[in-house]
Structure formats: C-alpha cells, structure tokens
Design a protein around this ligand. Structure first.
Ligand code: OVM
Length: 403
C-alpha cells in the first residue's frame, strides 16, 4: 500500500489522528500537519491528509477527482463491505447523487422551513424557561443542546416519540465508524444491530406522520422524483446526520459564548441580526464534524505532488477552519467576522443539505436565551465525549445571570 517505492515526495507524519489524546485536543496536531505541507502521508493508516484551507477546499469541490462513492470513512467500499447499506447522499456521486439530493434540498430548504420557524422559536422559549426557572446553574449539554434538537427535529421528520433515545447512540456509532476500528468503534458495536433495526423501522412510510419531512420524501417517491426503494434510505440520512451534529453545534456555540463574554454582550445588542452568523462562526471555530475521507479516482496532484489513484485522503475540516493562511486570528470566536467560506458544513455538491435546519435551531435557541440571560460563564471546565469524527461533549456546567 505504500504509494512510493523509495523516496517519498510527501512529508510523513506518524501520529494517529484518531488517537484519543489527539481527539481530546487536536489543535497543535492540526498546526503541525498544516506546516508540514499541502498534503502529508499519514503513515499509521496509509492515507494522505489535507489540513490547509486551500487544499481542503479544492478537494471538496473536485468530486470527480476526490470521490465519495468508495465511502467517506477510512474503509474503502471497493475492498470492504460497509457496516450498513451506503447513504444515497453522503456515499454517492453524480449521477446517482443528484435525485436524492434534489429531493432533500427542497424538503429542508429555506422556503419549507419558514413554516416551522414560529413553532421552533416558541419551543425554544419554552425549554429555556423550564431550565432557567429551575435555577441559574445547569448543564448546557444535557439540559439545552441535546433536548432542543431531540424535541424539534424528530417531530419535524415525523417519527414516533418512542425510541428517540436511540438517535444519539446511533449517530455516535455512525460517526465513529468513519474512522479506524479503534476502541470507540468496539464500544458501540454491541448495540449496532438493535439501533439499526430501530432506525430502519422509522424510515418506512407507515412509521412516519402525515406532513413531516419523512412523508414529503415518500411523496417525492410517489411523484417519481426518487424510487420507492430510495425513499427509506433518504429518510435514514435525516435520522443519521440531523441529530448528533446539531447537538454538538449548539453545545459549541454555547461554550463559545460562555468563554467569550464580550461576544455575548454583542449578540444581545441585536440578536436577530447576530444569531445566525454567530452560529456559523461557532461552526467554523469548533467544526462539530472534524473530518471526512475521500478517495482518489486517478493520480491526482495536490500542491505539486501526486496522490496515487485509489488512495484514501483524510480531509481535516477543523484544521482548514483555523488555518492562519485563510483566517485572521483563527482561534478567536468573533461574531463580527465574516465566517462564510468555512468548511464546517463541507463545500461543493455534498455540502450539508440540512444546514438551514441547523441554523434555524440555533437561531431559535440563541434568541430565547438572549431574551433572558445577561451573562454566561463556565462553572467548571466542560468534558468531552470522544468520537472519531465529531467534536463532541459530555457535560458543560454553566452559570447564568438573568436580566
Ligand atoms: C447519511 C449521513 C450520515 C452521516 C453524516 C452525513 C454529515 C450524512 O446517512 O446520509 O452527513
């Protein structure tokens, strides 16, 4: 598998990007990769890594050279059977990608979401009132960032209330499974069959309520925009990608404000103007989805050297989002900067199709908090929940002052 017979053209790095210590705090490793060169050979997994913004952006926008259809995890679908049938969105390329993508981007588009806006704003006020009325110290992960998406999103998809506690562990395993088969994957393995059965059951037409995102996907099958075989897998993408990502994105923006009190003060001067871009800045700053792989479809040049056909390439979204070659003061959370162009949602044809949903959730929650909360501070340091792909949290004790 070594791509070069003798003299490597690439800088070589021996660190495992999925080592638990690196996952706990990846920033100095990312800087090392960026400084080593445009593409680095990651010896431990025999893959190439891209960590600079310029080359991450270029790879994400070149879907022909950097395919997704061989899987966006370390394992190559050409040689290894995937642990579940591949996603019709994430793990395909044109032409197969086009119809499912078109259906979902309409179902989750800004126009469709205007109908949910008032209900989600009122749900957010309700949850914030419930938390604040029981005290000014709370865990921002378990009391806000997790419960809010877990309430509004599965309702919007149209699944039953029973079994919703399966969504986070399913997503946790799914995002671990993009990495190597390390201890994080083994930890999730015992529940895979049970969780997959539950998720797959929720995707059938009969399991979905009449007017939700799920039912709209099935209507698209009735119209012939996708096939009836594709419909349940498109619903599965919602349940796979829509929960853990937003939970960790919301936790990230809350942590960003708790540790940058001046930014909270600024948000409160005009929440309706700042809430959306503040969330995007938090997605840049934290990159809830840290990495995805692509696969080279031919010998492909990156920064002057050639990645050989068939090799896996690890794309460091989180590193690109803090590359000082692209961003001024990259480590600063600054809601007045223009974060557009960040790759936290990816870039190109696979860019997050649910991003309007994520932004609406964030806008609703931040607006509800801004109406009641004058200051936010950490009570003690938050703890991480380690995942091979997600920058995730276990706990985040915060204290607020009302006013
Ligand atoms: C999917 C899927 C799963 C995980 C992540 C994702 C971030 C998509 O099943 O389509 O996008």
């Amino acid at each position: 598998m070594t791509p070069f017979a003798s003299t490597p053209n690439f800088p070589v790095n021996r660190t495992d990007p999925f080592d638990l210590e690196i996952l706990e705090d990846p920033h100095s490793f990312h800087a090392e990769l960026r400084d080593a060169g445009p593409a680095v050979y990651l010896e431990r997994h025999e893959v190439f890594g891209l960590a600079r913004y310029e080359h991450v952006h270029a790879a994400l926008t070149d879907w022909q050279g950097f395919q997704s259809a061989a899987g966006v995890g370390l394992s190559n679908f050409r040689y290894e059977k995937p642990w579940r049938p591949p996603s019709l969105l994430l793990e395909t390329d044109p032409p197969h990608h086009d119809a499912p993508r078109a259906v979902l981007s309409k179902v989750l588009g800004p126009r469709a979401l205007t109908k949910l806006r008032d209900a989600w704003f009122s749900d957010a006020r309700c949850l914030v009132d419930q938390v604040l009325d029981s005290g000014t110290e709370f865990d921002a992960v378990t009391e806000l960032a997790a419960p809010f998406p877990l309430r509004v999103f599965p309702d919007a998809v149209g699944i039953s209330n029973a079994g919703r506690e399966n969504l986070l562990p399913y997503g946790d395993h799914l995002f671990n499974a993009f990495g190597p088969s390390n201890s994080l994957v083994s930890k999730g393995a015992p529940r895979v069959a049970e969780l997959s059965t539950w998720v797959n059951t929720q995707c059938s037409r009969e399991a979905l309520s009449a007017h939700g995102f799920g039912a709209q996907i099935w209507s698209a099958a009735d119209r012939g925009d996708i096939t009836a075989e594709q419909a349940p897998l498109v619903v599965r993408s919602l349940l796979s990608a829509g929960v853990d990502t937003t939970v960790n994105g919301l936790a990230a923006v809350l942590f960003a404000f708790a540790t940058n009190p001046d930014q909270w003060t600024r948000l409160r001067t005009n929440p309706s103007a700042f809430a959306r871009s503040a969330f995007d800045e938090a997605v840049r700053w934290e990159s809830p989805v840290q990495t995805f792989f692509r696969t080279a479809t031919r010998d492909i040049e990156v920064g002057g050297t050639v990645i050989p056909d068939g090799h896996k390439i690890l794309i460091f979204l989180g590193s690109a989002n803090r590359d000082p070659r692209r961003w001024e003061r990259p480590d600063a959370f600054d809601i007045t900067r223009d974060p557009s162009g960040h790759v936290g949602y990816g870039m190109g044809i696979h860019q997050c199709v649910g991003q309007h949903v994520a932004r609406l959730e964030a806008e609703a929650l931040l607006t509800a908090l801004a109406a009641r909360v004058a200051t936010i501070e950490p009570v003690e340091p938050p703890t991480r929940h380690l995942n091979n792909t997600l920058r995730s949290w276990k706990s985040m004790p915060l204290r607020v002052r009302l006013g």
